[in-house]
Design a protein around this ligand. Structure first.
Ligand SMILES: *Cc1c(COP(=O)(O)O)cnc(C)c1O
Length: 358
């Protein structure tokens, strides 16, 4: 099999050892004679998998007891509607716009009620996140929403915003599990799985107990966090196989030493790439140094005409998924947990060669 480094923003690379384990267990899970895909979600085998997935996730991400962990569907985008349905409660909500995804969350929330922008960095092309000390928060709002890692624009929050008056709701889709997080500072955390958790189809929602129970009466049961929490996320058939795969990723992270260890690796990987970009005028990344994402690194070649041949050259060497998002152009390297440091070395070597020959 050809060796590939997958720099795709999502669905993204999964750890090789996780894929091998899934392959080994694929058609006969633990001597049951059937695949996880074929199991009843309420049967004892699947329930044992499901319960371990939840408890591993709780210990890995250090989720306090007073939070529910939900395993839902519909992607992070479904939460753009579920958040206002479950939380707005006839009040207003504040939205921070720091890039494509948080802007989309804001736009998706508009039909649900009184939705206001707390801060926006759009005028500076999202090169820096809006300073949380300057967010306009109304203390009577039901929540403030933001996105802590903007996958397309490549900006990340490293400090937890000091908002104490109202619950913070955060989209962590593209950097959850990349480092430890103090979950207790948030009201709701959600993430689509296909960046740093597992295969697409699963969305994890972590919600503080006291925020359950104020959903709009129009909320469909499938979108109601409280009803889902009371039914172990199984008011209908959950994404059984994606949840199982996510569980293998959690075990891999636990066996690798946990989130502090993976954070150190992620810091080294990102530094390697940014240091090289900064060392030459040929390539550039214009994100504020304090907000440069460790997961998604967009960059440009000074001569815009070279982007296409840069990408073709990477593909010839087995490095895929590097074409920048159409909104931003250029190149984007997504370097989630599953990207080994060897992949960054290979990319940087290629970047040096490309620069020399152009
Ligand atoms: C990918 C992504 C989304 C969209 O996720 P879906 O699972 O496709 O709905 C939303 N927010 C962020 C930050 C993302 O990276």
């Amino acid at each position: 099999m050809r060796h590939i480094y997958n720099f795709s923003a999502g669905p993204a690379a999964l750890p090789k050892s996780v894929m091998l384990r899934a392959q080994a267990e694929m058609i006969d899970w633990h001597g049951t004679g059937i695949s996880v895909m074929e199991m009843s979600h309420r049967g004892k085998h699947y329930m044992s998998i499901f319960e371990k997935v939840e408890s591993d996730f709780r210990s890995l991400f250090n989720v306090p007891k007073n939070y529910k962990v939900l395993f839902l569907q519909g992607g992070a985008i479904a939460q753009n509607s579920m958040v206002p349905l479950n939380l707005l409660n006839g009040k207003q909500a504040n939205y921070v716009v720091s890039g494509y995804w948080s802007k989309r969350s804001y736009q998706d929330a508009l039909p649900f009620g009184n939705i206001n922008i707390a801060a926006s960095s759009e005028v500076i092309a999202f090169r820096k996140v809006p300073d949380p000390n300057e967010w306009k928060i109304d203390p009577s709002s039901s929540y403030v929403h933001f996105c802590s890692n903007e996958t397309i624009h490549g900006v990340e929050y490293f400090d937890i915003p000091p908002i104490k008056t109202i619950p913070m709701v955060v989209d962590m889709s593209s950097h959850i599990l990349s480092r430890p997080v103090d979950v207790s500072q948030f009201g709701v955390i959600y993430a689509g799985a296909q960046k740093n958790i597992g295969p697409a189809g699963l969305t994890i929602v972590i919600v503080r107990d006291d925020l359950l129970g104020v959903a709009s009466p129009l909320t469909p049961s499938i979108f109601n966090w409280k009803i889902q929490a009371e039914n172990q996320s199984m008011i209908n058939t959950p994404t059984t196989y994606s949840i199982y795969m996510a569980g293998l990723v959690f075990e891999w992270l636990i066996d690798s030493g946990g989130l502090k260890v993976i954070e150190n690796q992620n810091i080294k990987k990102a530094e390697l790439l940014y240091n090289y970009i900064d060392s030459t005028d040929f390539y550039s990344n214009t994100i504020d140094l304090h907000n440069r994402s460790r997961m998604n690194v967009p960059f440009h070649i000074q001569n815009e005409d070279l982007h296409a041949s840069f990408v073709t050259g990477t593909e010839n060497l087995g490095m895929i998924g590097l074409k920048g998002h159409r909104l931003v152009g250029g190149i984007r390297a997504s370097i989630y947990n599953a990207m080994p440091i060897e992949g960054i070395h290979a990319l940087v070597e290629y970047m040096k060669d490309f620069e020399k020959s152009h």
